[in-house]
Design a protein around this ligand. Sequence first.
Ligand code: SAM
Ligand code: DTB
Ligand code: SF4
Length: 348
Amino acid sequence: MSQFSGVVRTDWTRPEVRALFELPFNDLLFRAQQVHRQHFDANAVQVSTLLSIKTGACPEDCKYCSQSGHYDTGLDKEKLLAIEKVVEEARNAREKGASRFCMGAAWRSPREKDMPYVLEMVKRVKALGLETCMTLGMLDGGQAQQLAEAGLDYYNHNLDTSPEHYNQIITTRSYQDRLDTLAHVRDAGMKVCAGGIVGLGESREDRVGLLTQLATLPAHPDSVPINQLVKIAGTPLGEVDDLDPFEFVRTIAVARILMPRSMVRLSAGREQMPESLQALCFLAGANSIFYGEKLLTTANPEAEADRRLFQRLGIHPREEQAVFEPTLAAAPVNRPASLWRDAMATAG
Ligand code: SAM
Ligand code: DTB
Ligand code: SF4
């Protein structure tokens, strides 16, 4: 069986992954596109919106992060948002066309007293007809179970880099801690969103290691966010050298080939990328983005700019589910994709 056939394998080896990275760029993109088309509509891109529900003062020391309490990044800290505020933001995101709402908290892990609030957020956002995703740091088995029972669809928990590079980026937890949380999320039956960051000053071998780890988990993550480092002044990685942009595209392409059925998200870093580079990422098999002007603490492209980009590329938002407001049972709410089409029809 050809390694490019699109068959789902969880036994990838580092030499195989390295060999993919070493292909001529055009061959790599062609193969990624072939795999992509076996499993997806190559012109459909899923759109998620992010909200930081608790910002800053994080006890972890992730060297890339604006929210770590270990560095002075000038960030305004915020306590856990009120449930009503989160629901209002989710409704806005839905009205602008997002199909998934991702809530992130700057926690090492949620405290027991936080759980009732986050569980209620899941239920209320889900009731808007949105898919729900959370990223709250490490979970134990019981917390994962509670989130699953509340109806959380996805849990995001990134491996970020290779196992051997990890302790140069984060020292307050281990790679095994991350793998343990991912196992709890899987065991609780939630969909797994796990990916990493590119541009941390890592070597290509670290990118090989990260993708090999993700592609040899017991099951591939349903969603694989590939973030380009957003450099944050005041963090140890605030002035790291830029990575060759083609290496970022290669990382997307290799992720697509290794995990043919997963959604590969062109995640943080789009604001700093030219649109031509984003288009190459879609060609390499990225089929999901964060949509809306803000990621967690940093800027994302304007929604209108993304609508225009989709229009220029002939891309349409992937429709995942009908959107109904249960409290208005008989009245269907506009489907996000139709909103995009309306906007795209008038976009210049
Ligand atoms: N505190 C939780 C955790 O780390 O698991 C959840 C929030 S954390 C901000 C979510 C992810 O955002 C991180 O795992 C990392 O991959 C990504 N991220 C954070 N800061 C970033 C930056 N400056 N550039 C790119 N990605 C970043
Ligand atoms: C992911 O992989 N990227 C998102 C989401 N999961 C939570 C976060 C990106 C954060 C970028 C930096 C910031 O805005 O603070
Ligand atoms: Fe905290 Fe998450 Fe930022 Fe690390 S990435 S400092 S755990 S918010």
